[in-house]
Design a binder for this molecule. Structure first.
Ligand SMILES: [Zn+2]
Length: 258
């Protein structure tokens, strides 16, 4: 790993925390705070999904992200990077760049879905995969990736910084850790809220493409469902969601370091 790290730096890119950890594992335990990037979906000109009552996904995502950040900070184990802290438009690749610049060890994108079938409800968690796990996940990724289009950003992906074997190795390790992360989120949340059928899925999300930060996108619930629309607007419900998400993050680090 040290050799991999040295090669990475020499190759012009630095490995972030999750991949650098094993190299440091032999050292005396440091009470260093973990850095978590929280990404409230949408914002500014991009409202995201809109509920029948006119509640916007961007507002629910931001309110939940702020509460989640507050609870993580209160544990004194985590330092938080918010990709946006106000109602502003931030292009998807800038969100990833902000998290990487601050050396985040996890990237959690917070969203709330809307589905054509208003009876559908529940939370689901997505990881990055060029091949979607199913048609609905592919459609969701396409819809989430439209954020840039709404904000006037060209949809072309950022070119890969370094396209080589080393980067592919890093990507594979990151993607394995992202799957552990998604499973820990589903486990923790299943005890407190309703989950979608098959709550853990994957698709090609532009905001989950950091090569060296395990990333997941959480759809907190369906704004198209009356009951869930009301729940997501309640601060008490968002506090409950956040408490479970903090447990998921704790469990993930116990797994990733073990
Ligand atoms: Zn969204």
């Amino acid at each position: 790993m040290l050799r991999l790290l040295a090669l990475g730096v020499a190759g012009g890119w630095a490995l972030n925390g999750a991949l650098a950890q094993p190299a440091a594992r032999g050292a005396a335990p440091l009470r260093r705070k973990r850095i978590i990037a929280i990404d409230p979906g949408h914002g500014g000109v991009d409202p995201g999904a809109i509920s029948p009552d006119g509640a916007c996904e961007k507002d629910i995502a931001l309110a939940t992200a702020l509460e989640f950040a507050r609870q993580l900070t209160a544990t004194r184990r985590y330092r938080i990077v918010l990709t946006r802290g106000a109602d502003e438009f931030v292009p998807l690749h800038n969100r990833v760049a902000r998290a990487r610049a601050r050396r985040a060890e996890l990237f959690l994108s917070i969203h709330a879905d809307a589905l054509p079938d208003r009876k559908m409800r529940g939370l689901s968690v997505f990881t990055q995969s060029a091949q979607a796990s199913d048609r609905e996940a592919a459609a969701l990724a396409a819809s989430e990736n439209r954020a840039d289009l709404i904000g006037g950003v060209r949809l072309a992906r950022e070119p890969r910084a370094v396209a080589n074997v080393l980067m592919d190795l890093a990507r594979r390790e990151t993607s394995n850790l992202a799957i552990v992360l998604a499973r820990d989120i589903v486990d923790a949340l299943s005890r407190v809220v309703v989950l979608r059928d098959r709550p853990q899925r994957s698709a090609d999300f532009a905001v989950l493409t950091a090569p060296d930060i395990p990333s997941a996108l959480i759809e907190l619930g369906c704004l198209s469902n009356r009951k869930e629309e009301r729940l997501l607007q309640r601060p008490a419900y968002r506090r409950k969601l956040s408490r479970a998400l903090v447990r998921a993050v704790d469990t993930y680090f116990a797994h990733a370091a073990g």
